[in-house]
Design a protein around this ligand. Structure first.
Ligand code: GLY
Length: 461
């Protein structure tokens, strides 16, 4: 846990921003897999962690802005739980670690909320993403289940997003720790990417690296020789010479900060000429995007500049034609690069996505595009010092999309479909790094993971 002062400062800042009413944070509860005593791995809610730090199920916190009180609700364990779980510190002891003195048992929460409602106080809560949290809020506030999400406090969402977007040094240190385990995961996968090896063997090994470091994964591993399927979680293939292996994976630190890295490896350790040519286009676009990062620049502008580099690279290889400014403006490059350049990262790998992607990545000045590809951009607004984000361009040959666009004669002025057919079975290439926005530019998070053709071929040989 961070120092108690950090959690207290965060709550105080929230009180200054919210001004009146009660803020309710519900921690997550255990979630059963197949029977109640066999739960999924417990993951605390990230905003609860951010403001209250306590990494245990079935807790709630109330921040009373009007009376300047911070309260944690939870139940101390009895002897039966101690027999099964071992000794547990009391809630009071735990709350002291986050600078909170007032604790009550969980059954007092309803009374506290009811009293506040009777006093006409507004209850601010964040939009729930788990059914049980939604149900609990409905019950506590006397709401219809269907109205719970829309009645979440926009004021609180904006205040939480404003705080969590800017990372302090202690948080960046955690992200760096997650990155250093992620370095091991990626370099191990590169060494294992030989013909005849099963995807699941590599997935098991690199997942084990996170676990054996006492960490976890920040999201389910994407590791596939079918990288053209952007979020492919199928790991049943055997690696074959000539295929490209996409590894999009990251560890989550002990305090639950994420890393998120993608590398693309030629099975057997050597890129073919065609693979290398496409790889170099993605690499150039990624390095260029990172170098553009600085406070004040809109990430949507970096996204579009990256799209232009990708389109130009494809034109140089004969897969696109015409004016590439026009092609990018009209969205023709999205046949190959159909997703956004990146997203915020922190306590969540897609940081705060549960609060609403538009609150996190967009603002009054930057509205979401509705163009295919560009519309998937999660972060578009002006960058600020302290933001941590991913930079993850890619080029993919998605047969279903190629066939659809070709059948519709879509963008025939920009796409050379005959040439595209020659690359149809190439798969996908994505390269992703994590970057901190600094006062005057950017800093790569963590030690550099092999990325150039030469570096990857050397380690994978
Ligand atoms: N790296 C996985 C994702 O961004 O969704």
């Amino acid at each position: 846990m961070f120092d108690s002062e950090i959690y207290a400062q965060r709550r105080n800042r929230l009180k200054e921003q919210i001004k009146s009413g009660l803020i309710l944070f519900l921690g997550n509860v255990e979630s059963p897999m197949n029977y109640p005593d066999n739960p999924y791995h417990f993951r605390q809610d990230s905003s609860f962690l951010y403001f209250c730090g306590l990494d245990f199920p079935a807790l709630a916190a109330v921040i009373d802005v009007d009376d300047n009180r911070d309260i944690v609700f939870g139940d101390d364990v009895g002897i039966e739980d101690i027999i099964w779980m071992g000794f547990q510190p009391s809630l009071k002891e735990r709350a002291e670690q986050i600078g909170i003195k007032e604790t009550f048992s969980l059954n007092k929460l309803e009374e506290t909320i009811q009293r506040a409602i009777q006093q006409g106080k507004k209850i601010h809560y964040l939009p729930p993403y788990r059914p049980e949290t939604k149900q609990r809020i409905a019950q506590l506030l006397g709401l219809n289940l269907d109205n719970v999400k829309e009645k979440a406090s926009e004021e609180l969402i904006k205040a939480v997003v404003a705080q969590r977007s800017t990372k302090i040094k202690e948080e960046i240190d955690e992200i760096e720790k997650a990155h250093s385990v992620t370095y091991e995961m990626h370099t191990t996968a590169m060494k294992m990417a030989k013909p005849g090896v099963a995807e699941k063997e590599i997935v098991g090994r690199i997942g084990g690296i996170a676990l054996s470091s006492g960490y976890n994964l920040s999201f389910p591993i994407i590791l596939t020789i079918n990288g053209q399927i952007l979020h492919n979680h199928y790991h049943g293939n055997i690696l074959k010479e000539g295929r490209l292996l996409v590894n999009d994976s990251g560890a989550e630190s002990g305090l639950h900060y994420a890393a998120d890295i993608t590398r693309t490896i030629p099975v057997g350790g050597k890129f073919s000429q065609r693979q290398k040519e496409i790889y170099e286009v993605v690499l150039e676009s990624e390095i260029n995007a990172i170098q553009l990062i600085k406070p004040g620049i809109k990430y949507s502008d970096i996204h579009l500049k990256t799209a232009k580099i990708i389109a130009t690279g494809m034109k140089n290889l004969g897969l696109m034609k015409g004016d590439m400014d026009d092609a990018v403006k009209e969205g023709a490059h999205a046949l190959f690069f159909p997703h956004g350049l990146g997203h915020m990262m922190g306590l969540d790998v897609h940081d705060m996505e549960n609060l609403g992607e538009d609150y996190v990545g967009y603002d009054e000045e930057t509205k979401r595009s509705d163009q295919f590809g560009f519309a998937y951009l999660r972060l578009a607004r002006e960058l600020q010092p302290g933001f941590v984000l991913t930079v993850e361009p890619g080029i993919y040959f998605i047969p279903a999309l190629i066939d659809k666009w070709k059948g519709e004669n879509k963008f025939t002025q920009f796409i050379n479909y005959e040439k595209v057919e020659e690359y149809r079975d190439l798969g996908g290439i994505r390269i992703e790094d994590d970057v901190l926005v600094t006062e005057d530019g950017y800093r790569d998070i963590g030690k550099s993971i092999p990325k150039t053709v030469e570096e990857i071929e050397e380690i994978a040989a």
